[in-house]
Design a protein around this ligand. Structure first.
Ligand SMILES: Cc1cc2nc3c(=O)[nH]c(=O)nc-3n(C[C@H](O)[C@H](O)[C@H](O)COP(=O)(O)O)c2cc1C
Length: 426
């Protein structure tokens, strides 16, 4: 009976089960359709996941200060990100190995970004070559995300390929000196690419839709890296060996960020910044923006929620004409609006679009984006701020005494007015 029920839950069209009304409903579809180990790989975080959970709950630390009786009949969610207009302040962040959840992986995400009129930051650890993703994502603004891998020749070549393929910005992720230790992955015995084992066979075989895509598709590898390793391309060398020998690099320093700055003549964003000091060093090294991010809690459990770290990072950007983005735990339009009101230029999401991919491929990613778009639109109206670019700190009230004590948040709202350049400008 249990088997029959689980098969039914896999085969039933989600729209007949429950309407997909928010990002969480897409997560529930993913939970039903993906093998446990794959769902956990995307959903999980490092250790006991305190940081991953905190990312989502931290947004409650700010509440709104609505302005009634403002004409909000016309609303505008568009903004400018590193010199490019985007239709909404939600960007699709970098995530390696998207084919783990859907056969069209990064190609589908790139197409969805073009339809949503937003940015897609492609991870160098993607399962399709960056050139193919650039083709698929025509119309989207594309960023290329790299790590400062051990083999600098590979990194330099990837950066040159990204330039040739038309990527607009380079995004350098700096919060992975070593891979985070994820309890769920250890418990599930996850391997990449995934393997069918006696232990996971029952669970995997009942996820019919996922299994069909997995067995009929090409083997899952880091396609961008195949030109640099005949052994990996031929399947002689496993991904983990290749990563150990050529990629993992615990000895990166700020000098390496300056080296990347010199390689790339377009906009440069550094991702994985949680302190004012780190943000200042990024700007000093020539970054045009930083992503206030703890990697979705997937690296160091015990890091603060991104939204908690945001005021400190913004402080470092003050008066420097730099952009600060936020990612981690963004699930609602209210989260995005609070981050923008605090001073972020835009938010990035990663897990939410994976859940959209599982539900309906490219269309599912667009649907998740549209849910966020319509929630943001509604919040702007309720708040009395019809244009996303006009949000500022007068629209939120900080509830956190600890942060106020640390001096990163204004005591009372009027105190923040001179500190917020967007307020002065009006
Ligand atoms: C499955 C998965 C793979 C990821 N891979 C990368 C990556 O290759 N490069 C990177 O900079 N961040 C990576 N991240 C981190 C995300 O870019 C992002 O910082 C984080 O997931 C944002 O939180 P959210 O998932 O709650 O939206 C990955 C995240 C997930 C969920």
């Amino acid at each position: 009976m249990a088997v029959r029920n689980s098969l039914l839950s896999e085969l039933t069209i989600p729209s007949l089960r429950a309407p997909l009304v928010n990002v969480e409903s897409y997560r529930q579809v993913a939970r039903r359709r993906l093998p446990r180990s794959i769902f956990d790989f995307v959903d999980g975080g490092a250790g006991d996941e305190v940081t991953t959970r905190a990312n989502e709950t931290a947004f409650a630390e700010a509440t709104f200060r609505p302005r009634p009786m403002v004409d909000v009949a016309q609303r505008d969610l568009s903004t400018t990100v590193l010199g490019r207009r985007v239709e909404m302040p939600v960007l699709l962040g970098p995530a390696g190995s998207t084919r783990l959840v859907h056969p069209e992986g990064e190609l589908a995400v790139a197409r969805a970004a073009a339809r949503l009129g937003t940015v897609y930051a492609l991870s160098a650890a993607s399962n399709f070559p960056l050139e193919e993703v650039a083709d698929a994502g025509r119309g989207a603004t594309l960023w290329f995300q790299v790590y400062h891998w051990k083999d600098a020749g590979i990194v330099a070549d990837l950066v040159a390929r990204a330039k040739n393929a038309g990527f607009h910005a380079l995004c350098v992720t700096i919060d992975v000196p070593l891979s985070g230790v994820k309890d769920r992955d250890l418990r599930n015995g996850l391997t990449i690419p995934p393997r069918l084992t006696v232990r996971n066979a029952f669970d995997t075989c009942r996820r019919v839709r996922w299994l069909r895509g997995f067995v009929t598709g090409d083997p899952i590898t880091f396609k961008n890296l195949e030109p640099y390793s005949f052994e990996m391309a031929a399947g002689v060398m496993g991904l983990s060996t290749f990563m150990r020998e050529k990629l993992n690099n615990p000895s990166s320093t700020w000098e390496d960020l300056r080296w990347l700055r010199d390689l790339w003549d377009g906009p440069l964003v550094v991702k994985g910044v949680l302190t004012a000091d780190a943000a200042r060093r990024c700007f000093d090294a020539g970054a045009d923006g930083v992503v206030c991010s703890n990697h979705g809690g997937r690296q160091l459990n015990g890091n603060p929620a991104s939204f908690v770290a945001l005021p400190e990072v913004l402080e470092a950007a003050h008066n420097r004409n730099k952009e600060v983005f936020l990612d981690g735990g963004v699930r609602r339009g209210t989260d995005v609006v609070k981050a923008l009101a605090a001073g972020a230029t835009a938010c990035l999401v990663a897990r939410p679009y994976h859940w959209g991919l599982v539900a309906d491929g490219e269309d599912g990613v667009v649907a998740v984006g549209e849910h966020l778009r319509s929630e943001i639109d509604n919040v702007l109206a309720q708040l009395g701020v019809p244009r996303a670019v006009d949000l500022d700190r007068t629209s939120i009230r900080w509830e956190r005494m600890s942060e106020r004590a640390a001096g990163h948040l204004p005591e009372r709202v009027p105190d923040c007015l001179p500190e917020d350049p967007r307020v002065d400008a009006r």
